[in-house]
Design a protein around this ligand. Structure first.
Ligand SMILES: *[C@@H]1O[C@H](CO)[C@@H](O)[C@H](O)[C@H]1NC(C)=O
Ligand SMILES: *[C@@H]1O[C@H](CO)[C@@H](O)[C@H](O)[C@H]1NC(C)=O
Ligand SMILES: *[C@@H]1O[C@H](CO)[C@@H](O)[C@H](O)[C@H]1NC(C)=O
Ligand SMILES: *[C@@H]1O[C@H](CO)[C@@H](O)[C@H](O)[C@H]1NC(C)=O
Ligand SMILES: *[C@@H]1O[C@H](CO)[C@@H](O)[C@H](O)[C@H]1NC(C)=O
Ligand SMILES: *[C@@H]1O[C@H](CO)[C@@H](O)[C@H](O)[C@H]1NC(C)=O
Length: 664
């Protein structure tokens, strides 16, 4: 991908010399393939200028169905923040009908001014490691946005994109200008240019004359348009229900003749083909050349970071263990293990003096709680945890794990028999603090909302799913509880405290999992088979997860004490009383956290309670796998998001819009 980007940059530089675009600023400037040059900003890539008659309007996007993920009105509307029924109606299909790959669908949206640009807001949660602003803009959003606009409207830089991050996605749209209105145009459609298309063929699809499209994009008759770029098409009426494209030329068509000196009506068609062929040839040539250049630069970069730690060594687990055991703290090392993942996140060995400095000599005011201190390394916050004895187990597990919802270990230090672990800093402390802590700080804050609680449950399930199913060998956390679920600045959950975590390799015929006589854990979270027989399986995490979900729902602790302080009850037992028998809705209402102030969808709360009840089943075989739990939670989460846009907010927005227009 880096290669392509490098290559694209070079192509652009070349193209810049060969083409120039008249700048009237009357309408919208065509991106002109500058959306490929992610490292630079251009006026045309930031967005369509807010220059129309009105500040908001109905507008249309086009989207090529791309199975399996985005092939139904429902899934596409989720991606583009539209409405399934409107997409279905606009394309004469049903909400859940799956259409063939590469069918071009029209998507109605509301377009409005946001600062200087017209845009339609969507949001996207990063699915896999390795997605970049470019792939999200070009591949996922099919060039309906640009990497430049994404970067400008999100506070993360490209290297900071990790799985689970939520991005704000501004989609390009526009409202008609005075001139277009006068010519009878009521809508602008953002059209995705395909292979072999020209301005005239696009005009034919929509029954619009070529000149109007050229004008709408500040293009001239002999401008080049590029495959996979967005173009504005002015429309007098709503777009047709089925977009019938002109014939696509064969894949390996020979090089077309050069365009005639005087542009005739067919010229733009030839030009787009020339554009593609020139692009492909250059891409290949320059790609090869730049591949080596980029690689060399990449290498240099890696050598250069991190600057503070002079030694950089590729090691295996064994060597790092040796370092942990034997190297005194006189030197700083940066360890990176095999695989690309470790090149991104490496675990460093710190000097004790560095830690002293970062924590203000482990001062009382930097103490977070217990033996955990707040630290600041050159302005970057971290948490330092002091542990007695050998913690190589935790280090070795965390070193190999890389997940957005698992706290990242950035380094460690061994000094006089104690181990100091340096973690990523979680600004909002632990979930336990938010749910059960009576101290002023949390009581005076706004309580966690329903959507935040669902997100937290989803995050924790995501992390457990990763531990159980995507690490090799699989791992069991063994000590999940609300106190070990940390919250970052955006209230995204990070599982911490892997002190008891272990690999569970035995999945043999007899289903034999490990047994232990040394039962340790936290009361209220430990699964019955673990307490009784010391049986260690991934299902013990599922049980503890169920308890955490019950805490999220009820705001109560894992062990609920009676009012007079004599008896106590397990939260995992209470849920059965709530969900069985009659008046379930009322009983559930009484069970829910009063701090939610009734602001939650009862049906979803019920689904979540049912899920938690399954997770805390006494018999481990009745409990679902975490992967099933994760899938159910994904559904609950997306329904919660649909529920969320609080009516009050919508109302105030439309009120402010009406009052705006009154003064115009
Ligand atoms: C980009 O936009 C700014 C402000 O809208 C304008 O001053 C500038 O001339 C534009 N640059 C180009 C190259 O059109
Ligand atoms: C919609 O599709 C149905 C068949 O699926 C067809 O009979 C009908 O004419 C279509 N309507 C439009 C407006 O294309
Ligand atoms: C645009 O907004 C209006 C009012 O907020 C809403 O009724 C309509 O469904 C929206 N259109 C789309 C395509 O989302
Ligand atoms: C779209 O997002 C931008 C940036 O976050 C915001 O300023 C604008 O109000 C949003 N527009 C709408 C219609 O929600
Ligand atoms: C942009 O996305 C399209 C469709 O996925 C793909 O064919 C094209 O190669 C991508 N462009 C680049 C430069 O990666
Ligand atoms: C990640 O983003 C934070 C701000 O959210 C910034 O301070 C930090 O430098 C970024 N890290 C990298 C590696 O880009």
């Amino acid at each position: 991908m880096a290669t392509i980007q490098c290559a694209a940059t070079t192509i652009l530089l070349l193209l810049l010399f060969t083409s120039s675009i008249p700048k009237s600023h009357s309408q919208q400037e065509y991106v002109n393939n500058k959306q490929l040059d992610c490292d630079n900003e251009f006026n045309s890539t930031k967005g369509n200028i807010c220059n129309g008659v009105s500040t908001s309007c109905t507008s249309y996007l086009t989207f090529k169905s791309s199975p399996p993920e985005y092939a139904t009105p429902s899934s596409i509307s989720y991606l583009l923040n539209s409405t399934p029924s409107l997409i279905a109606a606009a394309n004469n299909i049903t909400d859940v009908e799956s259409v063939a790959a590469d069918t071009l669908l029209t998507v109605p949206i509301n377009c409005s001014c946001s600062g200087p640009y017209y845009q339609h807001n969507a949001s996207y949660s990063i699915k896999i490691l390795g997605e970049t602003y470019f792939t999200i803009a070009n591949n996922t959003y099919q060039s309906l946005t640009t990497c430049q606009a994404l970067r400008a409207q999100n506070r993360f830089n490209d290297r900071n994109l990790t799985k689970g991050l939520n991005l704000h996605v501004p989609l390009r749209c526009a409202c008609p200008t005075e001139k277009q209105r006068q010519a009878g145009f009521n809508y602008l459609l953002t059209y995705l240019v395909s292979k072999g298309e020209s301005i005239s063929s696009i005009g034919e699809i929509f029954g619009v004359d070529e000149q109007s499209i050229l004008d709408a994009n500040e293009l001239s008759a002999n401008s080049v348009i590029f495959y996979f770029t967005p173009i504005s098409v002015p429309l007098k009426t709503e777009p047709p229900a089925k977009i019938q494209r002109g014939a696509t030329p064969p894949e390996d068509s020979p090089l077309p003749p050069p365009p005639p000196p005087d542009g005739d009506s067919d010229s733009s068609k030839k030009w787009v083909i020339v554009g593609i062929v020139v692009g492909v040839v250059l891409l290949l040539l320059v790609g090869v050349a730049l591949f080596f250049l980029c690689r060399r630069q990449r290498k240099k970069k890696n050598e250069a970071t991190p600057p503070a730690k002079p030694f950089s060594a590729s090691t295996t687990t064994e060597t790092s263990k040796k370092v942990l055991d034997s190297i005194p703290t006189s030197q700083s090392w940066s360890l990176s293990s095999e695989g690309v993942r470790y090149m991104i996140e490496s675990v460093s060995v710190y000097k004790f003096e560095e830690l002293q400095q970062a924590t203000g000599f482990f001062s009382e005011e930097n103490k977070i709680k217990g033996s955990v201190y707040r630290a600041s390394f050159k302005g970057d916050h971290a948490a330092v945890k002091v542990l007695k004895g050998d913690v190589s187990g935790e280090i070795n597990i965390l070193k190999r794990i890389n997940h957005f919802n698992i706290i990242r270990l950035s380094g460690f230090c061994v000094y006089k028999g104690d181990t100091y672990l340096v973690y990523e800093f979680a600004e909002n402390d632990s979930l336990e603090d938010w749910l059960h802590n009576d101290s002023k700080k949390y009581v005076n804050s706004v309580s966690l909302s329903w959507v935040q609680r669902v997100q937290i449950a989803h995050d924790v399930a995501d992390a457990l799913n990763y531990l159980h199913n995507y690490t090799s060998p699989p791992h069991v956390h063994k000590n999940l509880k609300s106190g070990n679920v940390l919250l970052d600045g955006n209230f995204r959950a990070k599982i911490s405290n892997f002190g008891l975590a272990r690999a569970v390799e035995d999945r043999g015929d007899d289903g034999g999992f490990q047994l232990t006589r040394h039962v340790v854990g936290t009361q209220g979270y430990m699964a019955p088979e673990y307490i009784e027989n010391g049986l260690i399986t991934p299902k013990m995490d599922v049980f503890a997860f169920g308890v955490v979900v019950l805490e999220l729902l009820s705001g109560r602790e894992a062990i609920v004490r009676d009012k007079n302080g004599t008896g106590q009850q397990m939260l995992s037992g209470i849920v059965n009383q709530v969900l069985e028998g009659e008046n379930v809705r009322e009983k559930l209402g009484g069970f829910m956290d009063p701090n939610l102030r009734g602001e939650y969808p009862l049906d979803l709360a019920y689904s979540m309670a049912e899920l938690a009840k399954l997770c805390v089943a006494h018999d481990l075989n009745s409990r679902p796998q975490i992967s099933e739990v994760f899938m159910t939670l994904s559904k609950i989460q997306s329904s919660s998001l649909d529920w969320d846009p609080s009516d009050d907010l919508e109302r105030s927005r439309s009120v402010s819009q009406t009052s705006d227009s009154r003064y115009r």
